[in-house]
Design a protein around this ligand. Structure first.
Ligand SMILES: [Zn+2]
Length: 283
């Protein structure tokens, strides 16, 4: 797949703007605040943020990471989410080129990043984001199937959603401490996108989620997905206004791991499969 350079640049800028919106969603949805009103304001002093300081990444740099009014530090996570969304948008554009799948996988990137961050922060995957995302995903990917005359990827996408959703639904039943039905709903959504690509992508998404959770559990010392520290805690939303202060203390969030694994599957399944094929072929 090739993408012309102006398109890649345009999607990068769009990614910065969308990333700025995702920051609002990541901060406000778990707190049950409106994502439209009021306009962006400092979490410390409530002072509205001036338009020129609201420019993605640059605004934060101009302010040197501090509120213009009260000088309280503003988390570097805000510019990082903006830059990260831009980087993901560029990567997805390079991966899919000008195609009918491109809008669908850009949406997957935006929604995946949002849910990964929210789960990381508060160990919840809000239905208010996950369930509408199913509808948007079907509406975006199904025309790609019709347009390309490719009905098998579309059918496999549905089977992928059922497969990944069922695996994590079963896990949530068997190990309610480690996995929740929220994780199962997210797994189904990600399975839809991975199924569209290939069965190996579904497999990498399914196993990768657990692998990332296990590694993350070892690093954070929480014992992976079955560790007692990974119980989802809906009450954890309150507390510091700075999202960065709320992270890093709790154990790994399975939803975040699922998104990391799905992202890996989108970009690396083809190289991994051909590497495996060359191994098998050489033996
Ligand atoms: Zn302030």
């Amino acid at each position: 797949m090739t993408a012309p350079l102006p398109l890649v640049g345009l999607l990068g800028v769009l990614g910065l703007a969308i990333g700025s919106f995702l920051n609002v969603v990541i901060y406000r949805v778990p707190r049950q605040q409106s994502i439209l009103f009021p306009a962006s304001h400092c979490p410390s002093c409530d002072e509205p943020i001036k338009t020129r300081h609201n420019v993605p990444v640059l605004g934060w740099l101009m302010l040197r990471g501090r509120c213009a009014t009260c000088r309280q530090p503003i988390s570097p996570r805000y510019p990082l989410v903006e830059a990260g969304t831009a980087a993901l948008f560029i990567a997805v554009t390079l991966r899919f080129g000008i195609s009918l799948q491109l809008p669908a996988y850009l949406f997957m990137a935006a929604v995946g990043l949002t849910l990964a961050m929210i789960d990381f922060d508060v160990h919840r995957l809000p239905d208010s984001i996950v369930l509408p995302a199913y509808i948007v995903s079907v509406l975006l990917l199904m025309p790609a199937g019709a347009g390309d005359g490719a009905w098998w990827p579309a059918s496999r996408a549905l089977l992928g959603a059922i497969a990944l959703g069922s695996i994590y639904f079963t896990l949530a039943l068997a190990y309610p401490v480690g996995a929740t039905f929220g994780d199962a709903k997210l797994a189904g959504l990600l399975g839809f996108y991975l199924g569209w690509l290939s069965w190996p992508a579904v497999l990498i998404g399914a196993l990768g989620g657990l692998a990332v959770a296990a590694v993350g559990g070892v690093i954070t010392g929480s014992g992976g997905v079955t560790g007692p520290g990974s119980v989802k805690s809906p009450g954890a939303v309150t507390g510091s206004a700075d999202p960065a202060a709320e992270v890093g203390v709790r154990s790994i969030a399975l939803g975040t791991c699922l998104v990391v694994a799905a992202g890996t599957a989108v970009f690396f399944t083809t190289p991994v499969v051909s590497w495996y094929g060359s191994l098998v072929g050489a033996s």
